[in-house]
Write a protein that binds this ligand. Structure first.
Ligand SMILES: Cc1cc2nc3c(=O)[nH]c(=O)nc-3n(C[C@H](O)[C@H](O)[C@H](O)COP(=O)(O)O)c2cc1C
Length: 263
């Protein structure tokens, strides 16, 4: 049995919620999947104060005492996660953004490897596709295997044809998500993901030291020496590309540090 958590960034039980329910219905028709819908407004989430203590000292030292860890635990204990949000002023809802900011440290120390992710965005007219791209990036940044999200235009009221079109999109998306869910794996990173890892870890290795939580996390996980976040077989081309990314970042950071230390 696979476990899926759907996190909804609105308290309204309209288009976003209905799309999520339809997605869940399709997903459960493919196989043994237990789904849980979580509405963010049912949880206490405080606004990030920007102290960066989570980066430097660890998330346990965050001064905010809210339900962040309950939500992270829900995601951690799931095989798949879906973020669903309406388009509000060409972005995710404020609720969803507050949630994402509370997870900011995970972009520094990704932890959802081997789990899959997708997003559902509903919109009135325009702007949802960019939000989908943003959420795809968020999913990848957290370490998930991401299935491209979908933007659904929520006509009011909806004709049968519009409903059929929406359901068709959700049916295709949920099938792709199910395939990833049952073949949960640790794929060879794309060139872009490899670049993100190699450049990020090289700059961290040169700029930080043992006093930083991020640095210790990378060191403890062997990420300063590994090919990627998790064991993987890079082909010759990606091996060479990985070394090149390390080299480019060593030079860039080296130049920056030389200028800083001259002052
Ligand atoms: C505050 C607010 C801002 C919105 N901004 C946009 C927008 O920028 N672009 C758009 O296409 N729709 C926008 N909409 C419409 C919603 O995205 C759309 O109605 C969506 O289906 C709402 O989700 P819900 O039915 O789950 O509440 C906005 C709605 C609200 C309430």
């Amino acid at each position: 049995m696979k476990r899926v958590t759907i996190i909804v960034g609105t308290s309204s039980k309209k288009h976003t919620y209905s799309a999520v329910q339809q997605f869940m219905e399709y997903l459960q028709s493919f196989g043994d999947v237990e789904c849980r819908i979580i509405t963010l407004s049912d949880f206490r989430l405080d606004v990030c104060r920007g102290c960066k203590i989570c980066f430097e000292k660890g998330e346990e030292d965050c001064p905010l005492k809210d339900d962040r860890d309950v939500l992270i635990e829900e995601m951690m204990s799931s095989d798949g996660v879906i973020f669903a949000t309406p388009n509000y002023s060409f972005n995710v809802s404020a609720l969803m953004k507050i949630f994402l900011d509370r997870l900011g440290f995970i972009f520094h120390r990704p932890c959802f490897f081997g789990k899959c992710f997708t997003s559902i965005v509903t919109q009135g007219v325009y702007g949802g596709d960019k939000i989908v791209n943003y959420l795809d990036f968020v999913g990848n940044g957290m370490g998930f295997n991401t299935v491209k999200g979908q933007c659904l235009t929520a006509f009011e009221p909806m004709t049968e044809k519009e409903k059929e079109k929406r359901n068709n999109i959700l049916s295709i998306q949920s099938r792709k998500f199910y395939q990833k869910l049952i073949n949960a794996d640790y794929p060879v990173p794309t060139l872009l993901k490899l670049m993100g890892f190699r450049m990020g870890r090289t700059s961290m290795r040169l700029e930080l030291d043992d006093t930083s939580y991020d640095y210790r996390h990378y060191k403890d996980n062997g990420w300063f020496e590994s090919d990627y976040f998790y064991p993987t077989r890079l082909g010759l081309f990606k091996k060479a590309a990985g070394s090149l990314f390390d080299l480019i970042q060593t030079r860039t950071t080296g130049n920056r540090l030389r200028i800083l230390h001259k002052k």
